[in-house]
Design a protein around this ligand. Structure first.
Ligand code: NAD
Length: 261
């Protein structure tokens, strides 16, 4: 628990399930009031809201496709309207649509870039405008991936979006450091969420995945929420522009583990 977080207000995008839901839960337990954004899963978002209210914090579910220009501003407006403030904005909404690159349609490419990268720019812009206009030393957290660093065949758009987030994150951190606004990313490895459900339910695919994780297992979303809470708190007050990898060592070139190479 981080005492300085109680009474703050946060927005978490794509928070009806998976990592976003876990971060929203953790924030609620820290005493943060949360705008729970969802795209289509209204009942999932409502369950997260009810849990947060049961912890004693406030929460509201707000629908919005984060690839659309008006959505991020609507979330910021909702935070101000319901909570009277905004301190933390978490860009989390993301998607995968794998395809061999030579067959990837422009529509497929564009959708992933629109949600995973342009959506993060739009979310960051709306939050930063509020922070700057109101002199708030706010906190931006961007869900990147180990694939901001590790290439990923058939996921060219996904890897390009996460590589883009890395420099968006660093650029915004540099641009707004003089205002006391901190901008950091989290780079998860393999986390047990709906995005990985198919892989985790197939014993062969699961074993192949575990082989490239030095710690040997895919983790639960709470490990990412722990990182988000720390980055949101004053405990990380001198940290900006990083990607905090939460990956069981996946970015450490596991093929070299036994002295190979
Ligand atoms: P998930 O599929 O379980 O959840 C993604 C959420 O984003 C869902 O709630 C979905 O509805 C929402 N979303 C998708 N498109 C949206 C849109 N246009 N507008 C608003 N919401 C939208 O995935 P997850 O594993 O929880 O992933 C969360 C983030 O973490 C993503 O950015 C993902 O790339 C990243 N990540 C996940 C893993 C992992 O192993 N699970 C690893 C690395 C990075």
């Amino acid at each position: 628990m981080y005492k300085d977080l109680a009474g703050k207000a946060a927005i978490v995008t794509g928070a009806s399930k998976g990592i976003g839901a876990e971060i929203a839960h953790r924030f609620g337990r820290e005493g943060i009031n949360v705008i729970v954004n969802y795209h289509s899963d209204k009942s999932g978002a409502q369950r997260v809201v009810e849990d947060i209210i049961a912890y004693g914090s406030k929460a509201i579910a707000v629908q919005g496709d984060m690839s659309q220009e008006a959505s991020a501003q609507a979330l910021v407006d909702a935070a101000i309207h319901h909570f009277g403030r905004l301190d933390i904005f978490v860009n989390n909404a993301g998607m995968e649509m794998p395809a061999p690159s030579h067959e990837m349609t422009l529509e497929n490419w564009q959708r992933v870039i629109d949600v995973n990268l342009t959506g993060y720019f739009l979310g960051s812009r709306a939050a930063l405008k509020y922070f700057v206009d109101n002199g708030i030393k706010g906190n931006l957290i961007n869900l990147s991936s180990v694939h901001e660093q590790i290439p990923w065949p058939t996921f060219a758009h996904y890897a390009a979006s996460k590589g883009g987030i890395k420099l968006l994150n660093q650029t915004l951190a540099l641009e707004y450091a003089p205002s006391g606004i901190r901008v950091n990313a989290i780079g998860p490895g393999a986390i047990n969420t709906p995005i990985n459900k198919e892989k985790m339910n197939d014993p062969e695919k699961k074993a192949a995945l575990e082989k490239i994780i030095p710690m040997g297992y895919a983790a639960e979303p709470c490990v990412v929420a722990n990182a988000a809470a720390w980055l949101a708190s004053e405990q990380s007050s001198y940290v900006t522009g990083i990607t905090l990898f939460v990956d069981g060592g996946m970015t450490l070139y596991p093929a070299f583990m036994n002295g190979n190479g």
